[in-house]
Design a protein around this ligand. Structure first.
Ligand code: SF4
Length: 344
């Protein structure tokens, strides 16, 4: 593999600010030396080597990176974070990590004991690689996404688009996509199942016979598809979120979404964090957040099933408020086994 970085020099000879920031990022992450070549695109000189490469690859942004694998056309990156995650952070010739069935839960328990959330995220991504998915709900679990970005390791992330999210949540998901320059898979429910439900029961049946059926189609079935071939996933679940999550472990198997020939591992790096700790991370690092949080929405789900809470109310009281508190789960998170509780 050959990686070429093209950076711009301004007409007055000074460095382009964005290019300098990108170089600084790669140097801080310790991968700058992995670039095979750095080529200059001189502003105002269309014949400079970098300008020629820009024309050849039809790129009108600087900096950019050309990654040549030998097979197929070169890949072009215009984001330092993206080229770092997808190319430079992966050791050349590194063997793929073991799959989930090889995981020794006792050894993992020893390793995870005492780790901080970002260390748990790092361990998980090192162990399971880019096939490990992060479930991003468009709420404060964006902190988990930020930690994954900070590790610099490749990962996948998805949002379950139920079709009933707030407009603010859709805008926020797109804001996060642009902020980190990452791909977020926005997954839709099965159209035929959804149409059958709505035809039979209308658009608000959950107020009459409970949320399980609607959540089953709009969330659980979609998640089943999303996790079908994955070894592991990470969630932003915390113990302080609800009575149903009081025992959430850091590490568990996920029998609900495991297959007959595969054990799915579920990691909850924020399990022991409080809401305040999550928000301290968000504020300290300038992480974008859903504006609904500033309008009293402590826990954010679908628009018809979420309402603001008052100070002093438990955040989960704003979700499915017409139902018993012990039933306020959408079916995505059921108890697993082989748990790990971190000692304080
Ligand atoms: S939260 Fe409400 S609207 Fe969303 S999938 Fe569940 S029942 Fe349906």
């Amino acid at each position: 593999m050959r990686v070429t970085m093209v950076k711009k020099l301004l007409a007055d000879g000074s460095a382009c600010r964005k290019c300098a920031q990108a170089e600084d990022l790669l140097q801080r992450r310790g991968v700058y030396d992995r670039l095979d070549e750095v080529v200059i695109a001189q502003e105002g000189d269309p014949e400079s080597p970098g300008m020629k490469l820009a024309r050849e690859h039809e790129v009108d942004l600087a900096p950019f990176w050309i990654v040549e694998d030998g097979d197929g056309p070169p890949r072009i990156y215009t984001s330092a974070i993206q080229v770092f995650r997808d190319v430079l952070a992966i050791p050349r010739g590194a063997p793929p990590g073991p799959d989930s069935d090889d995981l020794d839960f006792d050894a993992a328990r020893q390793k995870l004991a005492g780790m901080t959330p970002i260390e748990i995220v790092q361990w998980t991504l090192e162990r399971f690689g880019s096939d490990c998915a992060i479930a991003f709900s468009g709420a404060e679990d964006v902190a988990l996404l930020d930690m994954a970005i900070e590790t610099g390791l490749p990962f996948s992330t998805f949002v379950l688009d139920t079709g009933r999210l707030h407009t603010e949540t859709y805008e926020f998901v797109d804001q996060v996509r642009r902020h980190y320059n990452i791909t977020i898979d926005v997954l839709s429910p099965d159209a035929a199942s959804l149409e059958a439900l709505v035809r039979a029961k209308g658009l608000f049946s959950f107020y009459e016979d409970g949320h399980q059926e609607c959540c089953g189609i709009r969330k659980v079935e979609t998640l089943t598809r999303a996790l079908r071939h994955r070894p592991a996933w990470m969630t932003g679940q915390r113990r302080d979120q609800s009575p149903t999550r009081a025992d959430v472990p850091i590490l568990q198997t996920d029998p609900r979404f495991s297959g007959p020939d595969r054990t799915l591992v579920k990691v909850n790096p924020l399990a022991e964090w409080s809401e305040a700790e999550v928000w301290a991370w968000i504020r300290d690092r300038g992480v974008p957040f859903n504006p609904l949080h500033e309008r009293g929405y402590a826990s954010i789900g679908c628009a018809p099933c979420t309402r603001p809470t008052h100070p002093g109310q438990h955040p989960r009281e704003g979700r499915w408020w017409w139902e018993d508190a012990t039933k306020r789960e959408c079916g995505l998170h059921l108890a697993g086994t082989a748990t790990n509780r971190r000692r304080r």
